[in-house]
Each structure stands twice: as C-alpha cells, then as structure tokens.
Design a protein around this ligand. Structure first.
Ligand SMILES: NC(=O)C1=CN([C@@H]2O[C@H](COP(=O)(O)OP(=O)(O)OC[C@H]3O[C@@H](n4cnc5c(N)ncnc54)[C@H](OP(=O)(O)O)[C@@H]3O)[C@@H](O)[C@H]2O)C=CC1
Ligand SMILES: CC(=O)C(=O)O
Ligand SMILES: [Mg+2]
Length: 769
C-alpha cells in the first residue's frame, strides 16, 4: 500500500479536529448536580465550607479541589513544533493535544493556556499569577533563548513544579535513547563525538543533561541557523549556546559532522544530508527529532548508512524519541507526592526508568498481551513505545521516590506497593484495552473478509487495517464502486495490491461458490436456482462461503441489514463449534470504570442454566485475548439465594455448572449487579465468594436483561463499545450492528484476526511479502 500522502493525512487531521465537534477537549463534572441539595453543596451556600477550610489551611486545596491533579500547558506560540513562531492561537491544537496525552496516558487534567505574551516579563507575570489554580506548569513551545529565562524566573517565584517540556521532556528521552544506543554499540558517553543541529530550547537542555550524565563538553559541536557555534561568533549568540562554542575554523554542519558518533537534530526539516550521514563514525546514532518533518527521513539515513540506529519524533516510524514518553509520567510522579519542583534527581530517575524499561525483556510486560508491542531491545527498539503501559508504572514511582529523597515532596507516598497497584489499575482501565489485541493481530496477519466491502466505514477501517498491518483484507463489492469510493474518500488503498476483491456480479469463482453453497445448504431447502440467486446477491453468504472454502480466515458482516438475517446465513453456512448448541453475543464496553463484557446481548432470548454456563465458558476464551483474567458473575435480581424465583435458581445452577466443568475459571453467582462489580458490596453479603475483586464478565439471565443493560450503560456512561463478538461459530465470524463506526470495524477486525490466528495456529507472516 502506498503510505498516506501528506495531503491525505492533512485532510484526515482537519476532519478529526472538526468533527463531531470542534477541538479535542471538553470539561466534565465529577460530582452530581441533580437537585436542590446538590446545588446547595456544590455552590452557595455549601461551597463556603471548603473555601473557609482552604483559607485556614492552604494544603486543604489538594483534598477539596481538583488543583493537585491539574496542570497548565502554557504556550506563547513562539516555537510551535518545528513550525516556528506561528503565535498562541495557532498553537492551540498542539496544546489541546498535549492535554489529551496527559489525560489518556496519566489521568492528569489539563487546562491549555495560550497566552498573547511575547516578552519574558509578560509570560512570567501571567504564568506566575496562575499558581492558585494549578498543581503544576508545563511550558510548551516557547522559543529559546527566552524560554531559559522564563523557566528560571518562574521556578524562582512558584512553589509548584514548572517544567519546560521541550527542554527537559526531550532531554530525558534523548538521554534514555543515547544510553541504550551506547549500550548496543559499545561506545562510552565521555568518548563520543556529538554533533547537534539546533541551539534552542530542546538542544541546549539535551546537551546540558548529556553533560550531567558524563558527556564531555569538548566533544560537543553545535550548529544553528547561522552555522557552527564557535568562539568569537557574535551573531545570534546567547549565553546558553556560548557554553558550547568551540575554538574552530569549521563553519557548517558539513564541516563538523565527520566522525560524529551521535547526530542530535532538534532544529528544522531536512538539514542533515545523506553525504553527512555517510561521514559519521561507525554504528552512528541519528536522532532526527524535528517535528513534523525530521532533519532527515529514516529511509534516506538508512540508505546512506545501513549500520546506523535511527530515531525520529514521529509516531509513524520505529524508535519514536518524543517527549510524550516523559511528560505525562514525570508529572504523574511529581503531582502524586506533592512535589514543589521537578529537580535534577527526578529527571535522572526518569532517564534511568525509561532506558531500563526498553532493555527489560518483553516477558516482563505486566500484560502478556503487550509482548509483541514491545519488540525486544535492539537498534530498532531503543526506547519503549508510547503505548507501553509500563511507562507509567515505572516512571511515576521512580520520580516520586527521587522527589522524596531529594526533599521536594510535600505529600510523601507512604505505601509504594499500593501506589503502584493504583497506577496499574489506571493503565489498564484506559483506552489501552484494545492494545494487546492489536499487538497480537500484527504478529501473524490473517485474511479477513468484509461482506459490506462497498461501505464507507469498511473502506476507512480497511485503510487503517493496512496501515497497521493487522490483516490482509478481502472485500465483497463491485470493483467500480469500491474504486470510486476509495477515490472520493481520499484513501490510498488499492484493490489487488493491498486487498482482494470478490465481485458479486462477475467473479470467476461464482460457479464453485454456488456449488459450495449447495453442498452445505442443499439439504436445508436451498435449491440450485435459489443458490445461484443468493450467491449473486447476498454478500454475507459470499463471505461465509469464502471462510468455509479456506479462502478467508475470518469474516465481518452486519453493517447493513438486520442482525438476525445475517445470523441465519452464518448459522447455515459456518455452523457451530463442536459441542456448542447455538451462538451468543458478547459485548465489550470500555468506560472510565474499566472494561466489562456482557453476554448474551443479541441471540438467545431465554437461555437455560446449561446454555448460560456454555456461554460463560466460551466468553472466557475471548476475554483472555484482551490479556484480561476473566472474572465471571452470573447476575440476577437475587444475591446468593436472597430470592427463590425461577430466574434466580437458573442463575445459581448456571454458576454451579460452570464451576463444575471449569473450576479454573474464576466465577460465582447468582448475585446482584452491584455485588458483582464491587468486592466490598460482595463481602457484605458473602464474605468468602469464589470471585475476587470486580467481575469483568456479566452473564445475564435473559436477552432482555443483557441487551437493555448494555444499551443503557453504553448511553449513560458514554461507553466505547466493542463488538458484538459472536461466540460459538465453527470459524471466526462476527456480525456487527448497523450503527458501527469505522473504528468499531477496525477493533473487531483485530478481535477476529486474533481468534483466527489461534484457531489456525499457523504462520502467515509472509502475507505482506
Ligand atoms: N521529538 C521531540 O520530542 C521534540 C522535538 N522538538 C523539535 O525540535 C525543533 C526545535 O524545537 P525547540 O528547541 O523547541 O525550538 P527553538 O525555537 O527553541 O529552537 C530552534 C533551534 O533550531 C535552530 N534552527 C532553525 N533552523 C535551523 C536550520 N535550518 N539549521 C540549523 N538550525 C536551525 C534555531 O537556530 P537559531 O538559534 O539560530 O534561531 C534554534 O536554535 C522543532 O522542530 C521541534 O519540533 C522539540 C522538542 C521535542
Ligand atoms: C514534541 C514536541 O513537543 C515538539 O516537537 O515541540
Ligand atoms: Mg513542544
């Protein structure tokens, strides 16, 4: 597949920011405000009580307001990425983006604050006046050298952490990448020659940190827009870059790059030329970190020097050296211990934690499902992926410990085991739930067929499936329609090259598909005439036939038409797993409270106890694919015998049957919904349940209960739904619902692919040549 052009990416990025509502953020209330009493508590007169408590003891602000978890991302827009001085208003998308990363990766709330202030004094006055609002200040995209003075003055004036991300976030991750690269090429930091392009915020902070880690100032060569920073130069000089001035006649990057072990680019696009990379020392490290366009593109650098280790700041190449690997987590640690500053000890602790994490074997991943995400330490994986859930688990405690040891923690953490357990809960509760499934899908891409191959959502999903190398897609659809739509939606996928097509109107395999259909359904009233018509017109039948003929490994349908009519064809053609009595549907919902599965949300109206035990056992296999340990609750209106009704007896029996057949699965019942979801509530009714912690799989007594609960939670909790996952078919087949989004199809592709991999147990790694 040709990778998306920059024009396509820009178009997609504009749509992403524009729709469904402008921007990337909104404010959410954390307390109910439903009645007069709530109003009296939240606002006047009740709110006077916390105000007076804080007036009496300012430390109370940490427990009575959101301040301790609130960071200001502040920019004046003078050095926005590598886009230059585009001003504070135009910097807002970047600052909103940083806010999203703080929230998603570390649960930190952010107000993005873009200020029209282009002098040091105005920035310092404005930001220092914000101290009562925030637990920390993250300065962003403020140009050098002004940023150095601004940060120094703010640190002096404020008693909360002030951290210029472009300086120190970048320096920390650069420090970790260099540490690991040197471990691999056997060189020593005090001996290496470092050539840096850029002498601004990021450059100076990176070099200062490297010197504090052991690099020798005399081995460092700096170039900026005016060329080599040298003694006696008086244009565009300042006291921060003057520290790195060399006594030399060399004047350009080309003059100093020869024999360099490390190129550090934090400057501008395309300044490093292939011939310069060729002139570097053996096994060089190229850190081309300018965003969005690096100093050299990785393929060019690789062509010039196959022995180079190459890093960029971008998400679409391996070895992403970007401050996103640092700022959410260093602030997490700092806020959690009430740090009054982020000091050198805390930065060094972060460097070590990131470097060590990349070195640790993937099997150390807290979640086995992340193993393939973490490639294994080497030149192509010098640092962890930003999605590695261990980042928060390692960096935040290390930083908090360093803050405590260096005396800047105002609320020291008393119990680190408990603290890490809390972080762990956060890491796996967030939107990272799908990550293990994606990571596994990529390891052995299988063939997934989409019945509704002409649908816009399918085509958009397939574009990402291919970009992520999740599967080899097959679409059922008319070539002219598919091609026209791909063009209309600005996608870059190509039939034949990136995906296969089955044309229902004219395909050379038509006759043999008709015969296959007669073979499976001929004794169930499907005459040859009917078979010929159906195979021409019914895309679900075609997709299901492709699966049983071994031409596809998994199918996805249901995007158009009724669930039950798709189900009829899947039942007829694909059939059930041996020993399974019927299908069932498992729906996953990801909310701020975690990931929960509900069954059966679509198929069996009133399953028996035996059927419920079967559904639970099959559901448990799927849950494990998400790298989660299934914890199954058979839910009811009754709590362990508190009611004696047909339904409560059924659920009690189902729980007993599952335990008898699968004692290895953690399960219990019958129990009420809150008893299932809260261990504390459960302990009050049954101190010694077989279930520990919160249940993550809720087996419902009827289709009504399951479907109503699912739809209500989805709407009320604004849940991200994944599924329905069809359980019980002889081959992986999933029937989605008409409202599914492209992202929903993408998620289900990964689920289907992993299921197919496990069933096939064979390697298809060569599907991408
Ligand atoms: N991957 C990552 O995590 C990060 C990447 N960056 C990237 O680093 C770059 C610099 O950011 P930042 O330090 O904040 O910005 P600054 O404005 O503070 O610094 C930019 C520096 O680059 C120099 N420069 C500009 N053009 C050239 C050129 N053609 N050749 C050599 N030097 C040049 C400037 O020179 P002069 O001093 O003479 O003006 C200045 O020293 C940006 O592209 C940014 O996206 C930054 C932070 C993090
Ligand atoms: C990543 C970042 O902060 C920058 O490029 O400015
Ligand atoms: Mg930045």
């Amino acid at each position: 597949m040709s990778s998306p052009s920059s024009e396509e990416l820009s178009r997609a990025a504009l749509a992403y920011h524009r729709l469904p509502k402008p921007g990337k953020l909104e404010i959410q209330a954390t307390k109910p405000l439903a009645n007069q009493r709530d109003l009296a508590l939240a606002y006047s007169p009740g709110v006077a009580a916390p105000c007076m408590a804080i007036a009496a003891d300012p430390n109370e602000a940490a427990s009575l307001t959101s301040r301790a978890n609130l960071v200001a991302v502040v920019s004046n827009g003078t050095a926005v990425l590598g886009l230059g001085n585009i001003g504070p208003l135009a910097s807002k998308p970047v600052m909103e983006g940083k806010a999203v990363l703080f929230k998603k990766f570390a649960g930190i709330d952010v107000f993005d604050i873009e200020i029209a202030a282009d002098t040091i004094e105005r920035v310092v006055e404005t930001v220092s006046a914000l101290e009562p609002t925030f637990g920390g200040i993250n300065l962003e995209d403020i140009k050098g050298p002004e940023c150095f003075e601004i940060e120094a003055q703010l640190k002096e004036r404020m008693k909360i952490p002030v951290f210029h991300d472009d300086q120190h976030g970048t320096a920390i991750i650069v420090g970790a990448a260099i540490k690991n690269a040197l471990l691999l090429n056997g060189k020593k930091l005090p001996d290496v020659k470092i050539v840096c392009s850029g002498a601004g915020a990021a450059a100076i902070a990176c070099l200062n940190l490297l010197v504090s880690l052991g690099a020798k100032r005399e081995n460092i060569w700096v170039c900026d827009i005016d060329g080599v920073v040298h003694e006696g130069r008086n244009t565009l000089m300042d006291r921060w870059k003057a520290v790195y001035a060399q006594k030399t006649d060399a004047r350009t990057l080309g003059d100093v790059i020869g024999g360099a072990d490390i190129f550090l680019g934090v400057s501008a696009p395309n300044v490093l030329k292939p011939e310069m990379v060729k002139a570097m020392a053996d096994k060089p490290l190229v850190l081309a970190l300018a965003n969005p366009t690096p100093e050299i593109m990785p393929d060019e650098a690789r062509k010039a020097r196959p022995d180079a280790m190459i890093c960029t700041g971008r998400s679409d190449f391996p070895n992403q050296v970007n401050n996103v690997l640092c700022f959410p987590f260093i602030f997490r640690g700092a806020l959690d211990c009430g740090a009054t500053a982020i000091n050198e000890a805390m930065k060094h602790a972060a460097v070590d934690a990131i470097a060590q994490l990349a070195q640790d074997p993937p099997s150390d991943a807290v979640h086995a499902g992340f193993e393939s995400e973490t490639q294994g330490f080497g030149p192509g994986s010098l640092i962890p992926s930003p999605f590695d859930p261990r980042l928060i688990l390692r960096i935040a405690p290390a930083v908090a410990k360093a803050a405590m040891e260096s005396g800047v923690a105002s609320r020291p953490i008393a119990n680190f085991d408990e603290y890490t357990a809390n972080l762990e809960r956060f890491a796996f509760r967030s939107g990272l739930v799908m990550k293990p499934v994606f990571a596994k899908a990529k390891t052995q891409p299988v063939r997934v067929i989409y019945a509704e191959g002409e649908d816009e959502r399918v085509l958009r999903a397939v574009q990402v499936v291919l970009e992520e190398k999740l599967a080899r897609p097959i679409l059922v659809g008319r070539p002219s329609v598919v091609e026209a739509r791909i063009k209309r939606f600005g996608l870059s996928i190509k039939a034949g090259q990136d995906f296969d097509l089955i044309n229902p109107e004219d395909d050379p395999r038509y006759r043999s598909y008709v015969q296959s259909y007669i073979d499976v359904a001929g004794r169930r009233g499907v005459t040859p005439d009917v078979a010929r018509t159906v195979v021409r017109t019914n895309a679900t039948v075609i997709a299901a036939l492709a699966v049983i003929r071994g031409e596809a490994d998994a199918m996805i349908c249901g995007i158009e038409g009724r669930f039950m009519s798709h189900l009829r064809h899947v039942r007829e053609i694909i059939g059930f797993l041996p020993g399974v009595s019927d299908f069932a549907a498992l729906s996953l919902m990801i909310t701020s409270k975690g990931a929960h599965f509900i069954a059966d949300t679509q198929v069996r109206p009133n399953p028996s106890a035996e059927e419920l035990a079967e559904i639970a056992a099959l559901a448990s296999n799927h849950v494990q694919r998400f790298a989660m340990k299934p914890k199954i609750a058979f839910v009811s209106h009754s709590d362990f015998g508190s009611y004696d009704t047909d339904s409560s007896r059924k659920m009690r029996r189902a729980a007993a049957l599952l335990r008898e057949k699968h004692p290895e699965i953690e399960s219990d019942g019958e129990m009420q919904g809150d008893t299932a979801l809260s261990e504390a509530a459960r302990k009050m009714v049954l101190p010694h349940s077989k279930l520990e912690g919160a249940a993550n799989v809720l087996i419902m007594p009827t289709l009504d209960a399951a479907n109503v609960a699912y739809q209500m939670i989805k709407t009320l909790a604004d849940a991200l739904p994944v599924g329905p996952i069809l359980i019980g078919p002889a081959r992986p087949a999933h029937i989605l619902t008409q409202g599914v989004t492209a992202r929903g199809i993408l998620n289900m592709t990964a689920v289907a692919a992993v299921e197919a991999q496990e069933r096939a147990g064979r390697s298809q790694a060569n599907l991408f040549g």
